[in-house]
Design a protein around this ligand. Structure first.
Ligand code: FAD
Length: 680
């Protein structure tokens, strides 16, 4: 065989599923500062149907911050209600026993939306190509074969301590045949957990000679390679937990002939004796049914996949739904999988090679958390790596990834264990209420689980970048200054009015993901002299050479690129002119990135009412507050308007003064993207 070629890269992402492409999209935003990134996937075929499809509120908020939530909402199917169907205690006939909202009202501006995973990946891939000027596009048909870490280089941030040998596969090798098609129905079995890691591996190594081999030296590697993660196995990291012997089936079907009135809403249906089904209304008027197949598999064994057919799914669905009928002309996609709750013992052995997504946690798909949690893992990780690689932050920042996400994964596994058990259980009968699942218990878990499932219950503990009042760090927030915001939780949006244009807007639409921390200055009633004096004093600090903005922004980059200051006052909008605000930090007319989008007012708008932002955040108009929000929208610090010492102390923990970090790179003029390569 020919000699492998040798290449270098800052970040190598293994796997172009939801976790991988979210990471790619985030890194795309750092390519202008010189970060280089590649994303590889062993499969040559991108996902065109099936697998995950539920987008929770938090993921939709993230998509808003990435700038493409409108397209997702347009394409997807929004879920508004959950219906519970159970056997009537007297007759045993299926009856509707309750309805609750699918997303708790008021939780977020976005409600759970259904769109299949392949489309989500396509949006993220297109966005990554756009932001990297065509530099980051998944390379398909590339399989990693070996991973070596030079321990002696780990402490040097400029070193490339990881070597990954890649094998570029032929089309035949990278597209395992035989299992992808079943007449007009697409089978997802070949990607499913019914295929063991060893069996899957063999599928990709049919030929002895590699088409091409490459040795990539990388600073960082992220294993986003799914439940059978090669990266995890190569690192020798174990998954803890058991794969159960239960078997679930997901199928997506057109459903024109049926009698169930709730087919266009989410339903949890428990039959008396035939099992349970979850109905999920999908895009294009499709419906997905999650069904428990009446097949038992011993722990550790794999089911004979030939038993999982569209016909067996349909027959089970009909038995559960009886006396409602169900006929279909076409089942578009089906699959089967074992479920079990498993969690990796570590997310990273050295803060150089990381695991994310299904590579770290696997569970049932019922609560729709797999794709969401996987994307949220890399949304958390990628900006941290981006900051370190481009010289903005110290490598210690990377330690917060497993501190934060491992707890989320553990909570997910615990929630899923409870949820799955309740979903699979038989309903308690009239004669034996102690046995089986009580309907009220199921509904309660569903309702409380909603907060978790929406991605809204995440609360990061105190760490280097989360200055919680109860944290171990000496830097403490003053939560009473913004009593309805919680340090460690995601910053929620409220409507404010732009001072320059009088246009109302959600505050988060002004906080798009670009790697910047935000200092939100709630300046209070600045029409009063005392409050304006306070703001002027803060502005003097921010404009000074020793301020966090001046210290950490590399020369040549926009003043808002590392720490972006946004002021929200609460005076009468007409009492002040734009130029009454101190320049340049509060109103920088010379910053092309944020010109005229620096000062907002919490006031009524002409067309969209009054956002009442101060009230929503629990901030006093007399006292005001400073709220620091992380690049991934989590509240990092709450302090008073005059407490610049705490701002200094907070950022100095993890940011690198610009004079010591990598010199600022000019925005690279890359060649225009090759759009023919961008997957639609
Ligand atoms: P994955 O989506 O698994 O992506 C991993 C990627 O890595 C893949 O593209 C794969 O080709 C690639 N890869 C794997 N190994 C290698 C390697 N050695 N080298 C290079 N590339 C590699 N969740 C739900 O919420 N609802 C559902 O209905 C649902 N149904 C599912 C059905 C099936 C058949 C499967 C497999 C999963 C399903 N899930 C469902 C789970 C959901 O798809 C995952 O939680 C989610 O995709 C995890 O994203 P990920 O990026 O971590 O991993």
């Amino acid at each position: 065989p020919s000699q492998p070629i040798e290449t270098k890269i800052d970040v190598l992402i293994i796997g172009a599923g939801p976790a991988g492409v979210m990471a790619a999209d985030m890194f795309a935003r750092y390519t202008a500062q010189g970060l280089t990134c590649r994303i590889i996937d062993k499969r040559s075929a991108k996902l065109d149907n099936g697998q995950a499809d539920g987008l929770n509120c938090r993921t939709l908020e993230i998509f808003e911050s990435l700038g493409f939530v409108e397209s997702i909402e347009k394409e997807g199917s929004r879920m508004s209600e959950i219906n519970f169907w159970n056997p009537c205690p007297e007759t045993g006939r299926l009856v509707r026993t309750g309805k609750i909202p699918d997303t708790i009202p008021g939780l977020s501006r976005f409600q759970q939306t259904i769109l299949h995973q392949g489309r989500i990946e396509a949006h993220l891939i297109a966005d990554a190509a756009k932001h990297s000027n065509g530099a980051i596009i998944p390379e398909r048909g590339v399989l990693p074969e070996a991973l070596e870490i030079d321990e002696s280089l780990l402490s040097d941030p400029s070193a490339y301590p990881i070597k990954v040998t890649l094998r570029h596969l032929s089309e035949e090798e990278s597209n395992p045949d035989g299992l992808t098609q079943n007449g007009a129905t697409r089978s997802g079995l070949f990607r499913s957990s019914l295929v063991s890691a060893e069996e899957e591996e063999k599928l990709y190594k049919k030929k002895e000679q590699a088409v091409k081999r490459e040795i990539v030296s990388a600073k960082y590697v992220i294993g986003c390679d799914g439940a059978h993660s090669w990266t995890r196995r190569t690192l020798g990291i174990k998954m803890i937990g058991e794969q159960t012997s239960e078997l679930r089936l997901g199928s997506t079907r057109r459903c024109p002939h049926h009698q169930l009135p709730d087919i266009r809403a989410r339903c949890a249906i428990h039959s008396a004796n035939a099992g349970s089904v979850m109905v999920i209304p999908q895009e294009r008027d499709l419906v997905r049914l999650y069904i428990q197949l009446p097949v038992q598999v011993k722990p550790g064994e794999y089911l004979d996949r030939s038993k999982v057919t569209p016909e067996s799914i349909l027959a089970t669905a009909r038995a559960i739904l009886h006396p409602y009928t169900l006929d279909t002309e076409l089942i578009e996609w089906f699959t089967g999988y074992h479920i079990g709750q498993r969690l990796t013992e570590s997310f990273t052995p050295n803060n150089r090679v990381f695991l994310a997504g299904d590579a770290c946690h696997t569970h049932s798909p019922k609560a729709g958390q797999g794709m969401n949690t996987s994307m949220q893992d890399t949304f958390n990780l990628a900006w941290k790596i981006g900051h370190v690689v481009t010289g903005l932050a110290k490598p210690e920042l990377l330690e917060t990834y497993s501190l934060e996400r491992q707890v989320v994964a553990k909570t997910l596994i615990d929630f899923d264990t409870k949820f799955s058990k309740l979903f699979s259980g038989k309903p308690a009968s009239k004669d034996d209420l102690d046995e089986g699942v009580s309907l009220s218990e199921f509904k309660d878990v569903f309702a409380t689980g909603n907060l978790f499932a929406a991605g809204m219950s995440i609360s990061y503990a105190g760490n280097l970048i989360v200055a919680r009042p109860d944290g171990t760090s000496s830097i403490k927030s003053r939560p009473e200054l913004a009593s309805k915001l919680a340090v460690g939780e995601r910053f929620f949006s409220a409507q404010v009015v732009n001072v320059a244009s009088a246009t109302p807007d959600q505050l988060t639409t002004r906080m798009l993901t670009n790697g910047a921390f935000r200092i939100l200055v709630f300046a209070g009633n600045v029409a009063e002299e005392k409050a304006m004096k306070k703001l002027e004093k803060l502005a003097e600090y921010l404009d000074g050479e020793e301020s966090v903005v001046s210290k950490y922004t590399p020369k040549g980059r926009s003043r808002s690129s590392v720490i972006d200051v946004i002021t929200i006052h609460s005076s009468d909008r007409l009492a002040l002119e734009l130029y009454d605000f101190p320049q340049p930090s509060i109103f920088p007319s010379n910053d092309p990135h944020t010109a005229y989008k620096k000062v907002y007012v919490d006031a009524p708008s002409y067309h969209r009412g009054d956002g009442k932002a101060y009230e929503a955040y629990g901030i006093s108009k007399e006292e005001g507050a400073i709220v620091v929000v992380r690049p991934d929208q989590y509240v990092a610090l709450i302090t008073s308007l005059d407490d610049t010492a705490t701002l200094d102390a907070y950022f100095s923990q993890f940011l690198v003064p610009a004079a010591q970090g990598s010199p600022a790179k000019d925005i690279r003029l890359l060649s225009p993207p090759d759009w023919s390569k961008v997957e639609k």
